[in-house]
Design a protein around this ligand. Structure first.
Ligand SMILES: [Zn+2]
Length: 126
């Protein structure tokens, strides 16, 4: 069945099944930074489905290529970064997630340094 032939209800049910599977597999946390999606409604709103290897880099739109990720990890820090450029081509899902986690930790550290410099610049001191 083509996607265009599916009803809105079928598509919504499919998205809910995928989200439930991803959440359980990831123990309800961002697979990159550990943010607990169910600790607050704000955290829940940050929950996204990430393509571990971006589709534009040739990987597939399948469960094995999905990770539960928060918005900052998925969009701000990872973006279109391709973990396969840093692993062997036959890397496991776990290896791809691990190398992505390390990459995001580095990007987050850079952001924290910038953030602290901005705090000083605006003389924020609460
Ligand atoms: Zn995260």
């Amino acid at each position: 069945m083509k996607r265009s032939e599916r009803s809105d209800a079928e598509i919504q049910l499919s998205k809910q099944v995928v989200q439930t599977f991803l959440s359980v597999r990831a123990e309800h946390k961002c697979e990159y930074c550990g943010l607990d999606f169910f600790a607050s409604v704000s955290n829940y709103c940050l929950w996204q489905k990430d393509h571990i290897v971006p589709i534009k880099h040739g990987d597939t739109d399948e469960m094995s290529n999905y990770a539960a990720a928060c918005f900052p990890c998925n969009v701000v820090f990872k973006a279109q970064w391709n973990p396969k450029n840093h692993t062997g081509s036959d890397a496991s899902r776990e290896q791809l997630v691990a190398v992505t986690r390390d990459y995001i930790a580095g990007k987050r550290l850079q952001a924290e340094l910038h953030f602290e410099s901005q705090r000083k610049m605006v003389r924020w001191n609460r």
